[in-house]
Design a protein around this ligand. Structure first.
Ligand SMILES: Nc1ncnc2c1ncn2[C@@H]1O[C@H](COP(=O)(O)OP(=O)(O)O)[C@@H](O)[C@H]1O
Ligand SMILES: [Mg+2]
Length: 247
């Protein structure tokens, strides 16, 4: 599978780069799933968390039942139940009463081991996190849960000792440092493969700042500039034009 599925901007020819953070995530996710444990990956927007986790989950054993839940607003415990109902593809109408709903979810989760990827978990409040803990703690379920979220995710989780004390592995995603940029970016896209390393450093220090999403956007604009000018290779003039679009 190509990286295109997980690219923030449509960027032909981009590749998934096996960064150190991605390798660490792979190990952490493998161990968390094997232990049917919970882990938390947190860090700033655009640092590559979602792409890394999705890439690693695809590499798990073929039989592993992975369900993805992405929050886009602050959910109540009730909304969490509905999301789980949908993620598990349960048939029929969602139950009306919370206790009935809990029973249904626990029964479904007791069927076989599962892995939940809960993305954008910085939206979860204490009550919502607590609901995941409740299901995870239930003896009949064999759940592994990977919470992925912005920096706020760590703060909220830390305030919930019942849950945070059960987190098996914490992984903090950070921006690429300047050396990692020089290793990763030439592998990310062909326009950087033969670029002058000084130009890559120039682009990083002026615009992308080790943020992978910013690199993806910068690459898209630079690609356009190369096509329009017919130049064979990235140069600082093209880069300045691309920066001007990034604000
Ligand atoms: N390891 C990587 N290899 C290639 N591109 C990446 C990688 N990590 C991130 N990206 C690029 O950066 C964008 C943002 O990454 P994403 O995982 O969505 O960040 P986050 O979830 O931390 O906000 C991706 O859509 C992709 O274009
Ligand atoms: Mg994300």
């Amino acid at each position: 599978m190509t990286a295109a599925t997980y690219q923030y901007v449509d960027l032909p020819d981009a590749s998934v780069v096996t960064t150190r953070a991605l390798l660490t995530a792979r190990e952490n996710i493998t161990d968390t799933v094997a232990a049917r444990a919970m882990m938390c990956i947190h860090g700033g927007a655009g640092f590559g968390k979602t792409l890394a986790v999705n890439t690693c989950l695809r590499g798990l054993e073929p039989g592993e039942d992975v369900r993805k839940i992405t929050f886009r607003a602050r959910p109540t415990a009730r909304a969490v139940r509905y999301e789980l109902f949908a993620a598990l593809d349960l048939a029929g109408e969602p139950p009306r009463h919370p206790s009935e709903f809990d029973r249904l979810l626990k029964t479904a989760l007791a069927e076989r081991p599962r892995t939940f990827l809960v993305d954008e978990a910085q939206w979860l409040n204490g009550e919502a996190f607590e609901y995941f803990r409740y299901l995870w703690d239930e003896p009949s379920t064999q759940l592994a849960i990977i919470f992925v979220g912005g920096e706020g995710c760590h703060t909220v989780l830390r305030r919930e000792p019942m849950l945070s004390s059960r987190i098996f592995i914490w992984q903090h995603f950070t921006r690429l440092n300047p050396d990692e940029v020089l290793e990763a970016i030439p592998l990310f896209h062909p326009i950087w493969a033969d670029a002058d390393p000084d130009d890559i450093t120039f682009a990083d220090s002026h615009a992308a700042h080790g943020n992978f999403r910013a690199w993806a956007q910068l690459t898209a604009h630079t690609r356009t500039a190369l096509a329009r000018t017919g130049r064979p290779r990235v140069d600082q003039e093209l880069l300045r034009w691309a920066f001007s679009r990034l604000g």
